[in-house]
Design a protein around this ligand. Structure first.
Ligand code: FAD
Ligand code: NAD
Ligand code: ISD
Length: 432
C-alpha cells in the first residue's frame, strides 16, 4: 500500500511545526503536505521539556506548548493540521528511505512517496553505553530528548522526592535539569569531565558566576572526571554512581545529558554527510546533494555567513525554526529566496536567571558588568583577530538590551581599546 504527497516532512519536531505553518501561509492545497513522526503527538516546543514541563507547580502540559507558541505564533493543534488538510502520520517511524525512487518505508509497512522531501529528524541523546558504561536502562536513570522521556523524568523525580540525584554532564541538559531537580527539592551533584560547566560556550568567568549561583542553591560539582559504573540493587535500580577518580556517589536517581548525535542514518550513502560537524550537508537554500531533498534543524549542516560560509550544524531551537521557514521559502519561491543568512542565537533559563548569546564565541573575550553579585546584567563580547565583535553574551538583560547585543553581532564593529569596551559594557551595544 502507499500514498503520494507533493511535500513530505520526515520528523515531527520543532522544525516540522514551523515549516507547516509557513507552508500554509504561502498557500498549499489540502492533501499536498504530509508530516511523518515517530512521536505520538503533533509538533511541540521541545525547550519546554526541560523548563515548564518539570515545574513542581502548574507544569506545562500539551496541548499548551505545541509549535509555534515559542515564537509567539499560532498554536498548531492536531485540529489545526486537519483543518489545513495536512496529513499527520504520528507514532510512525520511517525505517528506510530511497532518495532515487523518492520513497520512504514506514514502520506500519506503508510506502510514502514525495516530490520534495524535507528531512527534519533532529538528533538522539547519546547513551552512557556509547562511552563504555552499562546499565543506563535502569528505571531511575533518565535521558531527556522527547515527551516520553520528560514524562518519565517527572515520575522518577516524584519517586525520588527529598532524595539525591546525580546529574551526568555539564551542558544544557545538565544545567537545566539540575535547576529543575533542585526546584523539586531533590539534592543534586553534577559530574562532568571539563573544568567548568557549559564548556562549549561559557568562559571560565561566566561559568564561575553560574556555578556560584548553583552552589548557593545546594548543588555540588565534581569536575574533571566521568562515570566508571552504575551500581544497582536487586530491583535493577541504580543506588550509586562510581566515578573514575574512585569516588562513590549514592543516588536515588540519575539524569544523563552527555550530548547528541544527528539522526542521519537513513540517508548515509545516499546524501552527502558533513563528516566534520556531523549532519546532512546542505547549501544556503537548505538543499542536500539530491535536488528533491532538503534538510533543516539539528540534522542539517549549513553554510554560516559568520564563518565565511563554512558549514556548521547548530543544535538550537531558533535555528530549527528559522531554517524551517527558510526551506519552505526556498522550495515554494526559489527565485525570490536568497541564502540562509543566519545569526546563531542560543539562550537558557534556570532558576530566576536568564541569558542569551548571539554570534560566534571565538577570539578574545572582554567581560563586562557585575559578575560578583547575582544581580546582573553582566556579559561578554568576543572579538576576532581583526578587532571586530563577533559574539556577545548577556545575563539578565531586558528585551531592548538583548536586541542590542544581537545587532552588534550582525554589524560587527571594530573595537579599539579593550579596557574601554569592558568599562562601557552593555552601553556600547545599546548606544551603537
Ligand atoms: P527535533 O525537534 O528533535 O524533532 C525531530 C523529530 O523527528 C522528532 O519528533 C523525532 O521523533 C522525529 N524522527 C527522527 N527520526 C525519525 C524517523 N526515522 N521516523 C520518524 N520520525 C523521526 N534549544 C534552544 O535554543 N533553547 C532551549 O531552551 C532548548 N531547550 C531544549 C530542551 C530539551 C529538553 C531538548 C531536548 C532540546 C532543547 N533545545 C533548546 C534544542 C532544540 O529543542 C532543538 O534544537 C530543536 O528541537 C531541533 O528541532 P528539529 O526539528 O531539528 O528536531
Ligand atoms: P551538550 O553538548 O550541551 O553537553 C554535553 C555535556 O556532556 C558536556 O558539556 C560534557 O560535560 C558532558 N560529557 C561529554 N562526554 C561525557 C562523558 N563521557 N561522561 C560524562 N559527561 C560527558 O549536550 P546536552 O546537555 O546533552 O544537551 C543535548 C542537546 O539538547 C544539545 O543539542 C543542546 O543544545 C540541547 N539543549 C539545548 C538547550 C538550550 O539551548 N537552552 C537546553 C537543553 C538542551
Ligand atoms: O522557546 C521556548 C521555550 O524556551 C519554551 O519553554 O518555547 C517554549 C515555550 O515558550 C513553551 O510554551
Amino acid at each position: 500500500m502507499g500514498r503520494a504527497f507533493l511535500y513530505v516532512i520526515l520528523g515531527g519536531g520543532v522544525a516540522a511545526g514551523y515549516a507547516a505553518l509557513e507552508f500554509t501561509r504561502r498557500g498549499i492545497g489540502h492533501g499536498e503536505l504530509c508530516i511523518i513522526s515517530e512521536e505520538p503527538v503533533a509538533p511541540y516546543e521541545r525547550p519546554a521539556l526541560s523548563k515548564g514541563f518539570l515545574l513542581p507547580e502548574d507544569p506545562a502540559r500539551l496541548p499548551s506548548f505545541h509549535t509555534c507558541v515559542g515564537a509567539h505564533e499560532e498554536r498548531l493543534t492536531p485540529k489545526w493540521y486537519k483543518e489545513h488538510g495536512i496529513e499527520l502520520v504520528l507514532g510512525t517511524r520511517v525505517m528506510s528511505a530511497d532518495v532515487r525512487r523518492q520513497t520512504l518505508l514506514t514502520s506500519s509497512g506503508e510506502t510514502i512517496s514525495y516530490k520534495t522531501l524535507i528531512i527534519a529528524t533532529g538528533a538522539r541523546a547519546l547513551k552512557l553505553e556509547e562511552f563504555g558504561v552499562m546499565g543506563s536502562d535502569a528505571p531511575n536513570v533518565c535521558y531527556l530528548r522527547n515527551l516520553a522521556d520528560a514524562s518519565r523524568l517527572v515520575n522518577v523525580m516524584q519517586s525520588a522526592a527529598g532524595g539525591k540525584a546525580v546529574v551526568i554532564g555539564g551542558g544544557y541538559i545538565g544545567m537545566e535539569c539540575a535547576a529543575s531537580l533542585v526546584t523539586n527539592k531533590i539534592s543534586v551533584t553534577m559530574v562532568f569531565p571539563e573544568e567548568h560547566i557549559m564548556a562549549r560556550l561559557f568562559t571560565p568567568t561566566i561559568a564561575a558566576f553560574y556555578e556560584d549561583y548553583y552552589s548557593s542553591k545546594g548543588v555540588e560539582f565534581i569536575k574533571g572526571t566521568v562515570l566508571s559504573s552504575l551500581e544497582t540493587n536487586s530491583l535493577g535500580q541504580v543506588v550509586a554512581v562510581n566515578l573514575k577518580d574512585g569516588r562513590r556517589l549514592p543516588a536515588d536517581m540519575v539524569v544523563v545529558g552527555i550530548g547528541i548525535r544527528p539522526n542521519t542514518m537513513l540517508f548515509e550513502g545516499q546524501l552527502t554527510i558533513d563528516e566534520k560537524n556531523g549532519g546532512i550537508k546542505v547549501d544556503a537554500k537548505m538543499q542536500t546533494s539530491n535536488r528533491s531533498v532538503y534538510a533543516v534543524g539539528d540534522v542539517a549542516s549549513f553554510p554560516l555567513p559568520l564563518l565565511g560560509s563554512r558549514n556548521r550544524r547548530l543544535e538550537h531551537v531558533d535555528c530549527a525554526r528559522k531554517s524551517a521557514i527558510h526551506v519552505v521559502s526556498s522550495i515554494m519561491d526559489p527565485k525570490d529566496t536568497g541564502n540562509f543568512d543566519y545569526l546563531p542565537f542560543f539562550y537558557s533559563r534556570v532558576f530566576t536567571l536568564s541569558w542569551q548569546f548571539y554570534g560566534d564565541n571565538a577570539g578574545e573575550v572582554v567581560h563586562f558588568g557585575d559578575l560578583s553579585s547575582f544581580q546582573g546584567p553582566f556579559g561578554a563580547y568576543w572579538v576576532n583577530g581583526k578587532g571586530q565583535i563577533v559574539g556577545a553574551f548577556l545575563e539578565g538583560g531586558s528585551k531592548d538590551e538583548y536586541e542590542a547585543i544581537a545587532r552588534i553581532c550582525r554589524v560587527q564593529p571594530v573595537v579599539g581599546d579593550r579596557l574601554d569596551l569592558a568599562s562601557r559594557g552593555l552601553e556600547f551595544a545599546v548606544s551603537g
